[in-house]
Write a new protein. Structure first.
Length: 354
């Protein structure tokens, strides 16, 4: 293969999206790209390089959950076996579909649900292909460490997605041992589903942190996947995924201080899912959609940026006012904030880097 040249990335290609202000001093700046689609699918606002491919990471989980559901249900008819129908019903169960589309924090309720989903396919934790990990929920992690419990695959934030993939494979009588291989029929179906919703071919293709294939997309294509989920006809598989996430946001994230969960609770009907390395997708019930990529990889400002983008597009976000800035602490007390500073009118070629 020819060697790929990696050119230096300069911030002037991107927009300044957020600032970190400490005691009146601008301490840090976050650069990146953001795009807002109106309900017709047209680009309403953009900044940075929204047509550049990004790796969506866990932001793609709602589409992966959708693909698991449609794969499992593809051969499910009135003549299907009771076992196959039971597996499809297990994936359609609201909390299970939400955890398949989410990045849970690994508390006991999440683990119980993942194990219930695996059990419908006569599988156990050992079938999961994700790495062993500690739970992200701090209280649960501290309790497990105190009791001497080891890291576990089922506690890893992607175990819900992996359980759904395994259930889909069993429903279709596909092999489970190599379910993470990009050539596996499930992963090919996921890639096709991502491409269909995004309206563009996937690429680059690599491996996510959990071991699953990861499909790159232009940021605008990522926004289109979220728009497709909230705009789908009632009762469709796309709508089922969106409805499950919005009805059970604690299974998408967690019960305590998770940004995706908090945003969906603050703005009922909004769909939100973030991913590692500063990626976030958000869509509103009326069909507006936002996708954010912060190029330094920090997620701390992504919700702030997305809410500012919706506000700039004329979408009411007043219910989420507490989420529109992140406190900056000094000695444990607020001394500043992380706030959005998107300049929608500055041409890319003249974005400031000072």
């Amino acid at each position: 293969m020819p060697r790929r040249e990696h050119r230096p990335v300069t911030t002037h290609r991107y927009a300044e999206l957020a600032r970190v202000v400490r005691g009146g001093f601008v301490e840090s700046r976050h650069y990146g790209s953001v795009v807002v689609l109106d309900p017709t699918g047209a680009i309403r606002l953009s900044a940075g390089v929204p047509d550049e491919p990004v790796l969506p990471r866990s932001t793609l989980k709602p589409v992966q959950a959708l693909a698991c559901l449609t794969a499992a249900a593809a051969d499910c008819t009135a003549d299907s076996t009771a076992a196959a129908a039971r597996l499809v019903d297990a994936l359609r169960y609201g909390p299970a579909l939400a955890i398949a589309a989410g990045s849970h924090t690994g508390d006991d309720r999440h683990v119980e649900l993942v194990r219930e989903l695996l059990a419908t396919a006569s599988l156990t934790d050992d079938a999961l292909g994700c790495p062993e990990d500690w739970p992200e929920d701090e209280a649960t992690r501290e309790r497990l460490i105190r009791t001497g419990a080891p890291r576990a695959r089922v506690r890893m934030n992607c175990s819900g997605k992996h359980a759904a993939m395994l259930v889909a494979c069993v429903a279709r009588t596909w092999p489970t041992r190599d379910y993470l291989d990009p050539a596996h029929p499930l992963q090919r179906h996921i890639a096709d589903t991502v491409s269909r919703l995004a309206g563009t071919p996937v690429g680059p293709v690599t491996v996510d942190g959990c071991g699953a294939p990861l499909f790159g997309l232009p940021l605008t294509g990522l926004a289109r996947t979220f728009q497709a989920l909230v705009s789908a006809p009632e009762g469709s598989p796309e709508a089922q995924v969106a409805d499950a996430m919005r009805a059970h946001p604690a299974y998408v994230g967690g019960w305590h201080g998770h940004p995706n969960t908090d945003l969906m609770r603050a703005l009922p009907g909004v769909l939100a899912k973030g991913g590692a390395e500063g990626v976030l997708g958000v869509a509103t019930p009326d069909g507006h959609a936002v996708a954010v990529k912060v190029v330094d990889g920090s997620p701390r400002a992504t919700t702030v940026i997305a809410l500012a983008a919706l506000d700039a597009a004329g979408v009411p976000v007043t219910g989420a006012d507490p989420l529109r800035q992140v406190p900056v602490l000094g000695g444990g007390e607020p001394i500043g904030a992380v706030t959005a500073t998107i300049d929608w009118t500055t041409p890319r070629s003249t974005q400031r880097t000072d």
